[in-house]
Design a protein around this ligand. Structure first.
Ligand code: ADP
Ligand code: MG
Length: 604
């Protein structure tokens, strides 16, 4: 093949390539523009977007402004006012320093800067249309800077195509703005989408601003931390152990006013809660670290979310020690949090639910068979008092299960199954023995049951006497439209209730003993993190999974003989019973042959 000459890329192409690294979606534009406003000393930052930022992003600040003569430089690549000399790179104290954000944004959009400094009587504006930069022109303006970005990615169609719908993008923007705003309580931030206010953060004290990141129910279970060790300071809020969540949704970490991701430091926070929360849970924590700029390298990643500490072990130890000290010095008697249930409550709920579940079993198991013993056994505690009154909706009662094609499962023998470690069932079969993971099997049964019921229409649900109110972040609110139809099929009716709140109107009868608020909150959290881009059917599958998992017995739950038998009886009724919905096996088989081989009993 004939070789082609090496050519220098045109500046506009260089910028578009660079833009690919920092500008992923409208929220990245908001991040860069708001960081510039903060660097300019603004005390008021107004963000206006249209169509989730796909149409327009406008950031208005009252900061120092840009002198007219410098406007062209603002759009120029590698041009910054934030580094004076080479050494400054190693002691960064501003949010920006790479001098590439505006050039990148201008190269992939139709952008405009209008700015006026305090020294000037007039404002000036400059345009950048996909890299074509105009000459500054006089324009009416207040002191400060307004940057407008229209038609993001108009000239990079591949990127444009990957933008999500207006509500998803607007959700990303509100989460981004909230994250940026936490360390700057003195600054007022507002965000509106298509003229509708989404975020209003008045200038406030530190603590009040931090709390904006947590649901209201968390607030009274917070603990303030404040510690200084030589030139390193750590401040913020941590939540009582019972606020720990299945995801890291309520963890925020900052370094010198910049939001960062650092698994090592967040690991320190989790370590501090060891033994106080269930394993696998993420404590709620807002941590603000401040250390001398020369002790950290922020120039690791184009978007600067990852940093490198000179002495990361020291930071890790500090975070762990400060949090641990606070936790051990506090009265951690679990509180009955309005939205949650204490561990006992959860267990009790689960037991009652399970009792209800077994009641619906086909004839072979009835109360007399010991499934529902007359005398209370540990498993079947009397129902817990309802957290809120529930009136049944006038929907018909669910029909009995349809029969399914049983998979070929090893036939059981007469002898009784036993439960080991309150987690596994060991059962004799004709060909040998099987070991069953009780949670996995029950989850599978629940899942199949729910799936079959769904084929016949929406799940039966109950209307709550009083709607259950869940506080939600703007981003979670933006998810509503997408998940409502799916939830409807599952018997969950939710809707926006007021500013920052969602009301749960109906809840599936099947899950009646779960707290709707807790359930919906977890759903929204997972929604933000992993369910956002799923199609309706995938989403439905995920939610079924979640319900099945919640409704199933857990490892560690003691089962009565009757319950064990009932569980085993259902094993034949469900499809694919040998795997739980997550694909983990429910059952291990061990044949007599294999046993004989293991014991070297060759004679048999
Ligand atoms: P960086 O922030 O890394 O310096 P940018 O491309 O984001 O690079 O901005 C280039 C320069 O434009 C900044 O260094 C700053 O001098 C100026 N600038 C950008 N936005 C603003 C603003 N909102 N107010 C005042 N000056 C600004
Ligand atoms: Mg910048």
């Amino acid at each position: 093949m004939k070789s082609r000459p090496i050519q220098q890329l045109s500046p506009s192409l260089v910028n578009r390539i660079a833009a690919g690294e920092v500008i992923e979606r409208p929220a990245s534009v908001v991040k860069e523009l708001v960081e510039n406003a903060l660097d300019a000393g603004a005390l008021n930052i107004v963000v206006e977007i249209e169509d989730g930022g796909r149409e327009l992003i406008r950031v208005i600040d009252d900061g120092g402004g840009i002198p007219a003569a410098q406007l062209p430089l603002a759009f120029a690549e590698h041009a910054t006012s934030k580094l004076d000399c080479d050494e400054d790179l190693f002691r960064i104290s501003t949010m920006g320093f790479r001098g590439e954000a505006l050039a990148s944004i201008g190269s992939v959009s139709q952008a405009r800067i209008i700015s006026r400094t305090a020294e000037s009587d007039a404002g000036y504006e400059i345009l950048n249309r996909g890299g074509a930069i105009s000459i500054p022109q006089a324009s009416a303006a207040n002191i400060g800077t307004t940057v407008e970005v229209r038609n993001l990615f108009f000239n990079t169609p591949a990127r444009r195509k990957f933008l999500k719908g207006s509500s998803t993008e607007s959700g990303h923007i509100s989460e981004m703005l909230l994250r940026l705003a936490l360390p700057y309580p003195q600054v007022r931030f507002t965000l509106s989408n298509n003229g509708k206010s989404v975020i209003e953060l008045a200038s406030s004290c530190e603590e009040e601003r931090w709390l904006a990141a947590w649901p209201r129910e968390f607030h009274e279970h917070r603990m303030m931390i404040e510690s200084r060790e030589a030139e390193v300071s750590l401040r913020g809020l941590i939540g009582a152990p019972e606020l720990a969540r299945p995801t890291g949704r309520y963890q925020y970490l900052y370094l010198n006013g910049r939001h960062i991701k650092d698994r090592f430091i967040l690991h320190a926070a989790r370590e501090a809660y060891r033994g106080l929360t269930e394993p696998g849970r993420f404590p709620a924590a807002i941590l603000l670290l401040d250390l001398p700029p020369q002790d950290v390298d922020v120039n690791v990643h184009p978007t600067k979310v990852e940093v490198r500490f000179r002495d990361s072990a020291r930071i890790h130890n500090l975070v762990m020690a400060v949090l641990r000290r606070k936790l051990l010095g506090s009265d951690l008697t679990p509180h009955a949090i309005a939205f949650g249930s204490s561990e006992d409550g959860v267990r009790q709920d689960m037991r009652t639910r399970l009792a209800g579940f077994f009641k619906q079993l086909p004839g072979s198991f009835s109360q007399e068979d010991g499934v529902l013993p007359a005398a209370p056994q540990p498993f079947f505690l009397p129902p817990a008092p309802l957290q809120m009154a529930i009136v049944p909706a006038p929907t018909p009662v669910v029909a009995p299960m349809v029969d399914s094609q049983p998979e070929s499962l090893p036939p059981l023998r007469g002898s009784a199954a036993i439960q080991l470690h309150n987690s596994y069932l060991v059962v004799e079969t004709i060909e040998g023995m099987i070991i069953i993971d009780q949670h996995a099997l029950h989850e599978r049964i629940m899942y199949e049951d729910l799936r079959k019921r769904l084929l016949r229409g929406p799940l039966e649900s109950q209307r709550l006497l009083l709607p259950a109110i869940v506080t939600a972040s703007p981003r979670q609110l933006s998810l509503l439209g997408q998940i409502q139809p799916v939830l409807q099929r599952l018997g969950i009716e939710i809707g926006e209730f007021g500013p920052g709140t969602i009301a749960v109107q109906s809840f599936p009868s099947f899950l009646e003993r779960l707290d709707p608020v807790e359930f919906v909150r977890e759903l929204l959290e997972r929604g933000e993190q992993e369910l956002l881009d799923l199609h309706e059917e995938e989403l439905l599958h995920e939610l079924l999974d979640m319900m099945a998992c919640k409704a199933a017995v857990k490892a560690g739950d003691p089962l009565s003989q009757g319950e064990i038998e009932a569980l085993l009886a259902r094993r034949d009724l469900v499809d694919r019973a040998s795997n739980c919905p997550h694909g983990r096996p429910t059952t291990l088989r061990l044949t007599l042959k294999e046993l004989a081989k293991q014991f070297k009993r060759t004679g048999f």
